[in-house]
Design a binder for this molecule. Structure first.
Ligand SMILES: *Cc1c(COP(=O)(O)O)cnc(C)c1O
Length: 379
């Protein structure tokens, strides 16, 4: 038996909804399933306005248009993230300023943000790694003080909470990912969430190729025309039908993920005495259990763990390759301070297989990985 790193979640209703959408003849964007998904997000997470997109990358690109990012503008972003978090804004000519992470959550270290602010800083873009929400109250306070825009990259945090409020509802703007590797998936998909209403009207123009078609749909105009920047950011309603099936099963998916998380947690608790660190959920955070990571004392042990696991047909995976010393990051980014933790952690971290699986699979995977990890730690 082979155990992959991730599998797209399937809850059972996807085929039925997909077929309905297919047969309805409404295959383009903005159809009934899209609207149902958007209204689910708005109600469930108390988000002012949500627009489905073809990816989280696209949602971030929409955000870069909305904030009128331009050459010379800077944004503060953790180096420990996916390339899209930076790339979407770099495409508008903006400069990423890379920030250190916190060693407990691997999220942006909020104590290091203020020192990076200059007269050119326009936005702070934190990400909620592995579904653990960032210290958003602190980030929002800093942003308010310096008049900055906060964009949460909540790609991994669909259904996570911070201080009782949902991730994605806390920044001026936020984004979700529904990529096949994420906890809720339609293959390729995402959403842009607009909490600050000053961005609402333009977000619809950008979404529909820079036109004011949304005003026609609302009956406010009888002809639409080209009014803004934009692109074709809206996904096919066929994809939204798959997503809606998963949204409707959010409690089931959450419970299944929690079970796997707790299984890993109990197992790997026993290895902390040997120096292994693992993901922990802070008291003020409620996780969506997107992922489980462990951190070895050395890079050698980590690499050995991956090698031995693959020999057993189990596929753990490394975390992010830091952006600040990537080819693009070095060329166009700024790294005012040495990012010691980012570099050390990215060399020692490993993420364990995480998807909706049977209890038998959970037992096989967690027992095997535990045994391998123990050997690597005393190696
Ligand atoms: C997955 C991910 C993205 C990209 O999502 P896509 O939907 O594939 O574009 C961006 N940011 C973070 C933090 C992610 O985990």
């Amino acid at each position: 038996m082979k155990f992959p790193f991730v599998k797209p979640p399937i809850t059972g209703k996807e085929e039925e909804y997909f077929l309905k959408a297919f047969r309805s003849g409404f295959h383009s964007g903005g159809g009934p399933y899209t609207l149902a998904c958007q209204s689910f997000i708005q109600k469930q997470f108390k988000i002012n306005k949500s627009l489905l997109t073809t990816s989280c990358t696209d949602a971030l690109e929409m955000a870069s248009f909305l904030i009128n990012g331009k050459i010379g503008d800077e944004f503060i972003v953790p180096s420990y993230t996916f390339s899209s978090t930076a790339n979407a804004f770099v495409s508008r000519g903006m400069t990423p300023v890379f920030c250190e992470i916190d060693e407990k959550t691997l999220n942006i270290d909020v104590r290091k943000i203020e020192a990076l602010i200059t007269k050119n800083t326009k936005a702070i873009i934190p990400i909620h790694y592995a579904g653990i929400a960032c210290e958003m109250d602190v980030i929002n306070k800093i942003a308010l003080k310096h008049n900055l825009i906060v964009i949460e990259d909540a790609a991994q945090a669909f259904n996570s909470k911070y201080n009782g409020k949902y991730a994605g509802s806390l920044g001026h703007l936020s984004t979700f990912s529904f990529h096949a590797t994420k906890s809720y998936s339609c293959g390729e998909g995402g959403a842009l969430n607009i909490n600050d209403t000053i961005f609402s009207e333009r977000s619809e123009f950008l979404w529909e190729k820079g036109t004011d078609r949304s005003l026609v749909t609302k009956g406010l105009k009888n002809k639409y025309s080209w009014v803004d920047n934009g692109s074709s950011f809206l996904p096919s309603d066929l994809l939204a039908s798959i997503l809606l099936a998963q949204f409707e099963n959010i409690n089931l998916l959450q419970k299944k993920r929690e079970k796997l998380f707790n299984k890993y947690d109990q197992k790997f608790n026993q290895l902390e005495k040997l120096g292994l660190q693992k993901i922990t959920i802070p008291n003020n955070v409620q996780s969506n259990y997107h992922a489980f990571w462990i951190l070895f004392p050395t890079n050698k042990q980590r690499d050995l763990f991956i090698k031995k696991s693959l020999e057993k047909q189990i596929s753990p995976y490394i975390g992010y390759v830091p952006l600040h010393n990537s080819k693009m990051g070095e060329k166009i980014g700024k790294t005012p301070n040495k990012l010691v933790k980012t570099e050390s952690i990215s060399a020692r971290i490993v993420r364990l297989p995480f998807y909706i699986m049977s209890e038998t699979e959970m037992d096989i995977i967690s027992n095997n990985l535990y045994n391998i990890a123990e050997k690597c730690l005393i190696f």
